[in-house]
Design a binder for this molecule. Structure first.
Ligand SMILES: Nc1ncnc2c1ncn2[C@@H]1O[C@H](COP(=O)(O)OP(=O)(O)O)[C@@H](O)[C@H]1O
Ligand SMILES: [Mg+2]
Length: 343
């Protein structure tokens, strides 16, 4: 790498890699650190980026990050940081980067704040006539339902990802169960609970890469639940942990061309409405009658190799992990008009 840089006399592209890794906190809440990354993922991204004429500096997103970035700004940051705390935590690192005028991969702070709040995203998308399950918010201040919701319903922390707070017991079939579960979850996860009508049917996830007229939508992947006996199928934290035994990934999914078109078109529309950048992953459910529901969007999808859905979607389309990571970086460089010959 250094040889080529010296030969051609081109200064290497300096990439900062921002992240928050799991600290192995001891807690009775098993998924307390679900959204955080492991060092393996950070190293895999670093290895993918350390290609021709690139230097990668690891930058943990802790209290020292702002000063560190200001003292030696890289040309671009590859950001996977989940942030420190609060409802808009995924927006924290992008906001710092924008403040310091440092280019970075992925969506900006506004998109990340909105998308991390599931109810807010649903409200916004509903105003664009995107179909999403009926819902209510239950909070510490308002622990009772104000309207009607059809059962069964699913109870989810409103501002989480990685199935955090969504166990196999997340389904409630009456008000009593709902209040019991939401009360317990508010205490555990210290945030509002989203109560959503449970959409029975098949589950799909769609990955998007790129910007403007170079957006590429990977073919939808179906999450096929192998236990046909269970009444409710949820892509829960435990299912994600034991995915090899409990689910199968079908890609391309066994759906009609028309359904695929609708899913791809809807995913793309959502990506554009929310002004997503570079990459995102969107979850859907499809009822037996063929009605498509938006469940949620991840503008900062997990990138754990061999585990996360987004790299899997790319892989099914013939884009291996290394290519995917470089492509995300390439999309961002292009967006900023940064002229770099990234192989
Ligand atoms: N309204 C719903 N109807 C049916 N299943 C749902 C619904 N909402 C969530 N799920 C199930 O729970 C899983 C996790 O929910 P999701 O909203 O995607 O949260 P996360 O951000 O943690 O991925 C989904 O993949 C799906 O299996
Ligand atoms: Mg999801």
């Amino acid at each position: 790498m250094e040889e080529r840089a010296n030969q051609d006399n081109i200064p290497p592209l300096q990439i900062g890699l921002t992240y928050n890794i799991k600290k192995n906190i001891k807690s009775e809440i098993i998924d307390i650190e679900a959204e955080l990354d492991s060092m393996d993922t950070v190293q895999a991204i670093k290895a993918a980026l350390q290609s021709d004429n690139c230097q990668v500096e690891l930058m943990e997103a802790d209290d020292s990050l702002p000063a560190r970035l200001a003292a030696g700004p890289p040309h671009i940051v590859f950001n996977i940081a989940e942030g420190i705390q609060g409802r808009g935590r995924e927006a924290q690192v992008p906001a710092i980067l924008n403040y310091l005028r440092i280019p970075f991969t992925g969506s900006d702070e506004t998109t990340l704040s909105v998308a991390l709040d599931k109810a807010l995203t649903k409200r916004l998308l509903a105003s664009y006539h995107i179909r999403t399950p009926q819902y209510q918010i239950i909070s510490q201040a308002h622990p009772r339902m104000t309207g009607h919701i059809r059962y069964p319903a699913i109870v989810k922390p409103n501002t989480e990802g990685s199935s955090k707070g969504i166990s196999d017991m997340a389904i409630v079939t009456n008000r009593q169960e709902l209040y019991k579960l939401s009360g317990q979850n508010i205490a555990w996860y210290r945030q509002d609970m989203l109560v959503e009508e449970y959409i029975a049917g098949r589950e799909f996830t769609v990955g998007i890469l790129g910007n403007g007229n170079e957006i590429r939508v990977f073919p939808p992947m179906e999450i096929v639940y192998l236990n046909r006996k269970s009444n409710y199928n949820i892509y829960s934290y435990t299912v994600k942990q034991n995915y090899k035994q409990l689910i199968r990934y079908d890609c391309p999914a066994n759906i009609s061309g028309e359904t695929e078109k609708e899913m791809v078109r809807t995913a793309r529309r959502i990506y554009e409405i929310l002004a997503c950048r570079d990459f995102s992953r969107i979850d859907f459910r499809l009822t037996e009658q063929g009605v498509l529901y938006f469940i949620e969007i991840n503008p900062l999808p997990g990138l754990a190799p061999g585990y996360s859905d987004y790299p899997m979607l790319a892989e099914f389309s013939g884009m291996d992990y290394r290519m995917l990571v470089r492509n995300i970086c390439r999309c961002a460089l292009k967006r900023y008009n940064l002229d770099f010959d990234f192989q």
